[in-house]
Ligand binder design. Sequence first.
Ligand code: ADP
Ligand code: ZN
Length: 727
Amino acid sequence: MSLPGFEQKTVSVLLPIPTDGAYSYGVPDGMELQPGDYVQVPLGTREVAAVVWDRQDNEIDPKKLRHVISKFACPPMKAEMRKFIEWVAGYTVSHPGMVLKMVLRVPTALEPEAPLEGLSFTQRQPERVTPARKQVMEFANHGLSWTKSGLAHAAGVTPSVIDGLAKQGVMETVELLPQPLFPKPDSTYGTVELTPDQRKKADELRAIVKSGVAGAALLEGITGSGKTEVYFEALAECFAQGKQALVLLPEIALTSSFLERFEQRFGARPAEWHSELAPKAREKTWRQIKTGELQVVAGARSSLFLPFDNLGLIIVDEEHDLAYKQEDRVFYNARDMAVVRGQIENLPVILCSATPAIETRVNAQLERYTYLKMDARYGNAVLPDLDVIDMRKHPPARGKFISPLLIKNIEETIARKEQALLFLNRRGYAPLTLCRVCGHRFECRNCSAWLVEHRFRKTLQCHHCGDSHPTPEACPECGTLDHLVACGPGVERLGEEIIEAFPDARTIILSSDMAGGMKRMRLELDAIAKGEADIIIGTQLVAKGHNFPLMTLVGVVDADLGLANGDPRAAERTFQLLHQVTGRAGRAGGKSQGLLQSYQPEHPVISAIKAADSEAFYEREIDARRLSSLPPFGRLAAIIISGRDRRETETYARALRQACPASKEVRVLGPAEAPLSLVRGRYRFRMLVHAPRSFAVQNWLRAWFREGPKPRGNIRVQTDIDPQSFV
Ligand code: ADP
Ligand code: ZN
C-alpha cells in the first residue's frame, strides 16, 4: 500500500506473450529502472524475463499491480532494438510481445556466465607418485588451469585420480574466466587477389561500410562470379572498424563450406546460429553477442533478432531464398526486416544473389538500393550450355522418367570421370500411391495431401504433418494384396532408375530425409566435392551454394514442376531454382551442360533459362507485375483462417469478410478454401487482400480485426503480409 500523497512508482514492461503491448508493474523500493532494462516479472503463476518499455498500453488497477522481481545485470536493450521490435510487429500485424519473444529466445543468457571451477598445479608433490598421477602433473605443468574433466581427458585418467591429487593439495581450485566461443576475425588474415571487376565492387562496398550510412545494396552476380569473395571485403572493413557483423544464410546447417572459406579468409570461424544449435551453445552465443565478445555470426533467419549492440553490417546471402520467410506466429521475411534493422540502426545491408527477387531487382533499378552487378564467372569457369529436352519428342521408356537423351549425356559425362547431377524437387519414392484394383488413393488423415511413399524406410508419409505409416501390403479399401502402385517420381525412384541404367556408377541420393541428419549431409556434400560420387540425385538442398568442381552435367528431371499452379510467384520461383541448379555445373572451368526436361519448352520461363537471358526474364516479369499491380507495384496480404471444425471455420471466415471496412482502393478475394485445405487436422480458408502500394494496409487490417467478429474456440486468424506462399 502506498501512503496518501505518495505515488506508487510504476514502470511499463513488454512481455513475450501475445497481447497488445506493454503492462504496468510496480517498482520495488530502491530499484532503478530505465527503458530497455531486462527484468524478471511475475505473470500468472510463472515468472518470465521481459523488457522495460517506454510506452504503456494497458493500465492496471493499482490494487492488482504486481511488482518487478529483479533486474538482470545484462546491459539494457538499445532504443534502436526496441524500435525494431515495434516496427516488425507493426508491419507484420503481430503482437510486439511475440516479436520480443524471438529476441528473448534464451532467457538464461541474461544471467552472467557462471565462472567455471578450474584446477591448477601447485607444484607440491603427492605422497606417492603413480604413473597416472605423474601423467596429470605433466599436463598440468603445461597449462595454466584446467577443468577437471578437461585435464582428466587430456591425461587419459579417471577424474578420481585428480580428486585424489586435489585432496593432497597438489591441485588447487581456481576460477576460470569464461572464454569467447570463437576468436575475433582478422581482416587481413587470408586476403585474396581479386579480379579488377571484383576489386571495383569490393571497393564500392568497403566505401559503403566505411561511411557507416544506412542503405541497402544489391550485389548481383552470376553463380561463380565471386560474390562471396567480394562481400568478404565488406566484412573485412566492418571488422577493421571493430564492429559486429551478421551474415544471413538460407541453409546454415548445410553451409560448412561457407564456414571453412570464412576461416581461410579471416583466420577464425563465425559463430553459428540456427535451430540445430545445442542449448548450451545457444546460451553462450547469445550472451557473447550481447557483450560484444563475438564479432560475427553466420545464421539462419532467426539470427536477425540477436542482440548485437555494436552492429556495423548485415549481409543477406541468396536474398531471394524462400527460407528467409517465416510462416508461423510472426510471418516475416528476414531479408526485408534486415533492411529495416539497417535503417533503424543506421548501418548498411548488402543483399546478394544470382537471381534476385523481383522486389529487390525493382528496388535496385529504381535506385532505392545501390546496384552492383557482376557478369563474368571467376577464372576460366564458364556458364554451362543450356538445352531443353522436349519430352514430347524424346519420351522416357514406359514407367521411367529420364529421357534417353539425358541418359546418353550422363553416360558420356561419367565416362570422362566427371559428375552428373539429377535434380528433382520431390522427396521420397513417389508422390502418390494407389490401389490398382479399386483405385483407392492413400491420403493423410490430418491433411488434404497424398501420402508420399518412402521406399527405403518402407513408410507412407505426409510431408505436411509428418504423419507416417508402414507401407501396407494390402489395400485398406478392398483388401487386395500386392496391387499398390506408385505414381510419379521422387528422388528415391529416380535413384532406382539410375542404378538400373548405371549399375557400376557411384550414385548418391541427397534429400532432407537422409538418415543421419545434417551431419551426415555435410559429410556427403564433402564427399561429392572430393569426387567420391559419379551421379548425384537431389532435391533443392543440392541447389544451394555448394561448389562441386567436377560437376559438368546438371539434368533437371521436371523443369515444368512448379509452373503449373496458380501461384503468382511461380514463374519467378521456377526461374530462380532452375538457374541456381544449372549454375552448379562447370564452376571449375571447361565445358559443362545443363539439360532441362520439359513438356512445354516454349514456356517463357523455360526459354529465358535456355537462352541464359536473365534480363529478358526480369523485363517480362517486372512488366507483368506492373500491369497487374502485383508486388512491388502493389501490396498483397493473405489472411488464413483455420479451425478444427470445417463448417464453423467457414462460417467465421464469411462473417469476418462481411465486417471488412469499406474501401475503394482495396480488393478482398475470398474467403475460399485453401489449396491445402486441411493441415494437421485444421481446416483452412484464405482471403487475399490486394491494395495499391501507397495504401496503409496494416492500419486497415488492424481496424478490420478490431471491429470484426472475434475468433472463438480453436479458430485462428493469421496475417501474412507480402505472402510468398499461396497454399
Ligand atoms: P558466387 O558466390 O558468386 O557463386 P564464389 O565467391 O563462391 O562465387 O566464387 C566461386 C569460386 O571461385 C569459389 O571457389 C571461389 O573461391 C573462387 N574465386 C572467386 N573469386 C576468386 C578470386 N579473386 N581468387 C581466387 N578464387 C576466387
Ligand atoms: Zn498430414
